[in-house]
Design a protein around this ligand. Structure first.
Ligand code: SAM
Ligand code: SF4
Length: 326
């Protein structure tokens, strides 16, 4: 489907839960979380209906996210069913990796096409400061498990925090010694992320070059998203940057998001979208849902205004990232 700014929208990120087994400081509060009830969360059969509708509109790629998607039972089965929907070409998963090793076999047989692990540091003390608990050994076990199998491509995503800056170079050892692309995502002022300042891509590049040598731009397209990549001599994996703040990529944005409560959001910043849950629960057909989705996608906002001086609080989404599905 093409929106009114001539962008091809063929990618949907689906949050299947707002629950998580970590508490990353920029994403969820340590205490006092307002969790949605089971009744409010879309059932898997409802998610499958939305994917069928999305496929009717030309959506080809699906990312399963959360909250932490692996805390919801039956993820592998859901992935397998989504893979069976005509028109869907790829289903990938983003996870904090804590439960990955134990669920890997089921995920592999589901036909999953790719895994992104979010990991901000290789330092256990720092990990605990960021995520609330030290689950680094489990995350590393998840990485080892995926790599040992060599079947599912793996990327590691890091949202760099100023407080953990000195350890960012160490994280690159994952790309040096193993076939893993390590990507840096600039912090966006969404939810609890507003309390932190992003580190500019150039600052990270300078730090990398001082330690590992010249970054060479990698021209080929990798994956479905806005990441641009570099190579480093002697490295097996590539280094990527998703820089929504310093290199705004809204003009080529190809995605929409479905929250765990069934709200279709056309842009991370704005509340603009449509609530599909009442339609699903009233028995709307795949075609009827597709029609409503198409109306939302058509008027997808042109761009976010996070970087503008006059950025208004009320222009933005009030939800934390764990509820939107980052
Ligand atoms: N729990 C899973 C995980 O951590 O990959 C999936 C959900 S998490 C919300 C998805 C991604 O959003 C993670 O890579 C996380 O680091 C990122 N994220 C959370 N808050 C963010 C923010 N304010 N700005 C940029 N990325 C953010
Ligand atoms: Fe959980 Fe992912 Fe948010 Fe961290 S970033 S609190 S792992 S949902």
């Amino acid at each position: 489907m093409i929106d009114e700014y001539n962008r091809k929208i063929d990618y949907m990120r689906i949050s299947i839960t707002d629950r998580c087994n970590l508490r990353c400081i920029y994403c969820m509060p340590g205490v006092g979380i307002d969790l949605t009830t089971h009744e409010e969360i879309l059932r898997f059969d409802e998610i499958l209906t939305v994917v069928e509708s999305a496929a009717c509109l030309g959506m080809k790629k699906i990312k399963i996210t959360g909250g932490e998607p692996l805390v919801r039972r039956g993820v592998a089965d859901l992935i397998h069913k989504i893979k069976g929907i005509s028109g869907i070409e790829a289903v990938t998963l983003t996870t904090n990796g804590v439960l990955l090793a134990e669920q890997f076999e089921q995920l592999k047989t589901s036909g999953l096409d790719g895994i992104n692990i979010s990991l901000d540091t290789l330092d256990e003390t720092e990990f605990e400061k960021i995520a609330g608990v030290n689950a680094l050994p489990q995350v590393l076990a998840g990485i080892d498990r995926v790599l040992a199998d060599q079947k599912i491509p793996l990327k590691v995503n890091c949202v760099p925090l100023k407080s953990a800056k000195t350890g960012l170079g160490d994280l690159l050892s994952l790309a040096k010694d193993r076939p893993i692309h390590v990507r840096f995502i600039e912090m966006m002022p969404i939810g609890y992320g507003k309390e932190y300042t992003y580190i500019h891509e150039d600052e990270i590049k300078e730090m990398i070059e001082n330690r590992y040598g010249t970054l060479k731009a990698y021209k080929q397209k990798l994956g479905f998203g806005p990441c641009h990549y570099y190579t480093l001599e002697g490295f097996q994996g590539k280094i990527g940057f998703i820089s929504a703040m310093s290199h705004q990529f809204c003009s080529s944005c190809n995605r929409v998001r479905l929250t765990s409560q069934g709200y279709l959001k056309s842009c991370l910043q704005y509340e603009l979208g449509c609530d599909l849950k009442p339609l699903l629960r009233a028995g709307a057909t795949v075609e009827e849902i597709a029609k409503v989705m198409a109306e939302t996608i058509l008027i997808k906002p042109k761009a976010h205004t996070f970087c503008k001086q006059d950025f208004q609080e009320n222009e933005e989404n009030k939800l934390p990232m764990s509820k939107i599905g980052g």
